[in-house]
Write a protein that binds this ligand. Structure first.
Ligand code: FE2
Ligand code: FE2
Length: 527
């Protein structure tokens, strides 16, 4: 029995956690994680403890979907109280660092008036010592630049915050990831190990390659009870779909949201992986449909629906490299995706606009990404151009058509795309929904609402198509699939502005003989 070749069951999911909150770039990268812990998560836990019933009621109110409410029943409030106490005790260094960042910004606002910044260094809070440089831009606006690689080596980056929960996909929507911490549950196998733990790669490789319970037990360092729990997640039969590889030509499959799998017989590329584990649903491609080996994962930007650790961790043992856009290096709003993923054990290739990455039989070129980040100076964002099996594919993600002439340069550099995938979330959430904890001075609601996480509307998408000259266009990355609810928290109806804009764009395409579609759940292109 101990030597039996076993595979991971199809429906196993992993929730990567930091201090029990769902892990995403802004809660893993240390500077931003400290800010979110101090100015969002701790106040949220305190607010819950004041009146748990209000949080539970708000969590179940469809009008407040995606709001910052903790969906934990009042009977478990003591566990939330313990979590808050543990954070205040064990993460004191992070909390002090966040306070120091706010104080440092205040110091600059009051004292950096265009004169020498040297006298300000001794006045900075000691927690920032060695971790920041002060600098003016050419308009005499002073900023702190965080030495991000150094911060990862400081006590602001605490890997002990990390753990994972393994469980089965139930089809029941999980709580919204940005607000509700995950408490222990009898249905869940908790592993108190960091995301980079090699045992996790071994575990998820067992989706495609048989292994033994003894090997996994050793690799993950499990006790008897944990090993028994894990045994229930293994099976003697692999669940990979028969048609997960192709024999000739090229294929693109839409797996939902912004996830596309581009394949030839020699290679596979996955964009913004966010993949369902529910192979019984029958209306989607799942982890079972992925090829055994993935050459490249392409990440377009750092939003929580595009860089999804719960899927990336499942791929780590069967993946060549993750291609990520280069950040601005040290800007408070713009954590390095490369550093964040390298520290989680991934092989990373960092690209700037027009950098090229080869893969067997093809090539990916990073292309510019415009807007969609509330006018914050966030540069870790890229669209991509993939060439494979004779086709040129533009992967536009949430990039906006705010200045369509940009896309003329893409065409000038790379030629005419055959297929363009465009995001059209044209009425996104306001600035404070995602970035509140990073803002060190208050912002008015009016100001925040004027700066939304918005991609292209119909007019902008049409302008992109005019510049690119592509002959096929597909709208994707709208977060409409119901299995994404815990991350997307969207509520669309046929009257929603975004859906109307998509219809308008599709009509525009039809009038010009451009093949176009609005992707939902799954689709396949074969040539
Ligand atoms: Fe986005
Ligand atoms: Fe998005």
């Amino acid at each position: 029995m101990a030597d039996e070749q076993l595979f991971l069951r199809s429906k196993v999911i992993v929730e990567p956690l930091v201090d029990r909150f769902f892990a995403w770039p802004y809660t893993i990268a240390p500077v931003q994680a400290a800010m979110n812990l101090a100015f969002l998560q701790v106040p949220l836990l305190e607010s819950y403890l004041q009146s748990p019933q209000v949080h539970v009621a708000a969590s179940n109110n469809p009008e407040l979907r995606g709001g910052y409410f903790i969906n934990i029943p009042e009977e478990r409030a003591d566990e939330v109280r313990d979590l808050l106490a543990a954070i205040k005790r064990d993460r004191a260094d992070m909390l002090k660092f966040a306070e120091a960042v706010a104080a440092g910004q205040e110091l600059l606002r009051a004292n950096a008036t265009g004169f020498d910044l040297t006298p300000l260094y001794p006045k900075l809070p000691p927690e920032l010592g060695g971790l920041v440089e002060l600098a003016y831009d050419t308009d005499n606006q002073a900023q702190m630049r965080f030495m991000e690689p150094v911060v990862y080596k400081s006590n602001v980056y605490q890997e002990a915050r990390q753990s994972v929960q393994l469980s089965f996909e139930t089809g029941i929507e999980r709580p919204f990831i940005l607000s509700t911490p995950r408490l222990p549950s009898p249905d869940v196998l908790e592993l108190d190990i960091p995301f980079r733990h090699p045992g996790l790669a071994e575990l998820f490789k067992a989706r495609v390659k048989g292994t033994t319970l003894a090997h996994l037990r050793e690799a993950l360092g499990l006790d008897d009870a944990q090993a028994a729990r894990l045994a229930g997640m293994l099976t003697d039969r692999p669940s990979g779909a028969a048609d997960r590889h192709i024999e000739g030509g090229g294929r693109i499959r839409y797996f939902g949201h912004a996830c596309l799998v581009l394949q030839t017989p020699e290679a596979a590329i996955v964009t913004d992986p966010f993949i369902s584990a529910d192979s019984t649903a029958g209306d989607r491609y799942t982890l079972d449909d992925l090829p055994d080996w993935i050459d490249l994962v392409l990440i377009t930007h750092g939003h929580q629906d595009h860089i999804v650790l719960e899927t990336l961790l499942q791929l780590r043992g069967r993946l060549g490299a993750i291609v990520v856009p280069r950040s601005s290096r040290g800007n408070l709003a713009d954590p390095s995706m490369a550093l964040m993923l390298k520290n989680q054990g991934f092989n990373v290739i960092e690209v700037d606009d027009f950098d090229e990455v080869e893969f067997p039989g093809g090539r990916v070129t990073a292309t510019p990404f415009l807007g969609e980040h509330c006018d914050l100076d966030i540069r870790a964002k890229s669209t991509y151009w993939a060439e494979l099996a004779g086709k040129k594919v533009f992967i536009g993600a949430d990039s906006s058509g705010i200045d369509p002439s940009l896309y003329r340069y893409i065409k000038g550099h790379l030629g005419t795309a055959d297929i363009a995938f465009l995001g059209m979330e044209c009425d996104g959430a306001p600035l404070t929904w995602l970035y509140q904890a990073l803002l060190t001075i208050p912002i008015t609601k009016k100001m925040s609402n004027s700066r939304k996480l918005s991609g292209s509307n119909a007019e902008q998408a049409a302008a992109i198509m005019t510049e690119l000259g592509a002959t096929e266009a597909y709208v994707y990355a709208m977060g409409e699939e119901d299995w994404l609810g815990h991350v997307m928290a969207t509520t669309y109806t046929e009257d929603t502005y975004q859906i109307k804009q998509i219809e308008e764009f599709l009509t525009w395409c039809k009038d010009r003989g451009i093949t176009a579609g609005h992707l939902f759940k799954q689709q396949e292109w074969r040539w």
